[in-house]
Design a protein around this ligand. Sequence first.
Ligand code: KG4
Ligand code: ZN
Length: 371
Amino acid sequence: MLILGIESSCDETAAALVDGTGIVRSSTIASQIDLHAEYGGVVPEIASREHVARILPVVRSALADADARLTDIDAIAVSHRPGLVGSLLVGVAAAKALAWSLGVPLYAVDHVHAHLHAAFLRDADAGSHASTRATDAIERACPALGLVVSGGHSTIYHIKSGLELERLGATIDDAIGEAFDKAASILGLAYPGGPEIDRLASLPNADDRLIDLPVSRLAKDSLDFSFSGLKTALLYQVNGVPKPRNRSGHPGDRAHEPVPEMTPERTRDLAACFQRAAIRAIELKLDRAAAHLDAHGVPIRALVAGGGVVANSRLRAALQTFAAGRDIALHIPSLSYCMDNAAMIAGLGVARHAAGTPDTLAVTPVPTTAC
Ligand code: KG4
Ligand code: ZN
């Protein structure tokens, strides 16, 4: 069985072929990072135009890499939510046209939920568990705690089964990846900044205790995240705290309190302090979510995490500690399937195909996540 996955929700045009055991036969990603870098973020109109130009070459390349033909495809999965509507539209239109012309079922899937399925993908050379069906591996992990941390989302789930999720909490402002990218921009680092902050924070002399940046807790039992305060606190470390205006309404002779000069060492240390606080916030909410499920009599068997920020070295270590401390399994994607890709879309497609609940050609793009 071969599922074609198509992904175009943001600035990556991607196609992949995944078989019924979750083995990735090919995964092609055409990144637009260079086109958007000069704007410091994704420009929706540029993104959708590029998807139009790249979608069919990307599908062809995924087929060629898997040594497969269009007629070998048993079903098509496409991300139809959430994302930039103009971008989603391109992938959805391509998927519908292919599904109709090949006469195969179409599965419209939620991109954020697909990030969780990335943890169960394996490369063709992975060997040992090659006969395990991907859907069996997911069901064995349930009930599980789910975490998606990406450029657009920071969400905690109760994963009841491969296709049944309950959202326990989400960010009330910035997503963590967005906060990483904005923090990097405040520190004058290249876009996208998450990997750059990770690199600086991993340097041998990085001092993540230089200052304590705020870790948001929100209400006592809240499972939601907030990263805007952390971002502002970092901004004040770089630019100084804005001075209160004097009685006439004008700032004094200096608009900001003085701050130390931004040397490469201070940039490195502030990156490390930011990363420590951001990851601490995730640990804290995972602890609360595990306690919440425990209090509701849900015996979690695993932690399943996905999304671009799961590529972060400190977060990967923190997730390992979390799972080991509770004696539960940890399922995280290999680095190649953390960031946006189409293999994870096909992975969720495998589970949908096994359940046998295809969508009709009436599906449309939706900007928001399903839950
Ligand atoms: O999952 P993804 O490709 O896109 C969304 O669905 O949003 O995630 C992209 C995000 C970016 O914000 C990027 O800075 C972040 O993942 N990211 C990282 C690292 N690698 C990628 N953040 C922190 N540390 C990393 N090593
Ligand atoms: Zn994503």
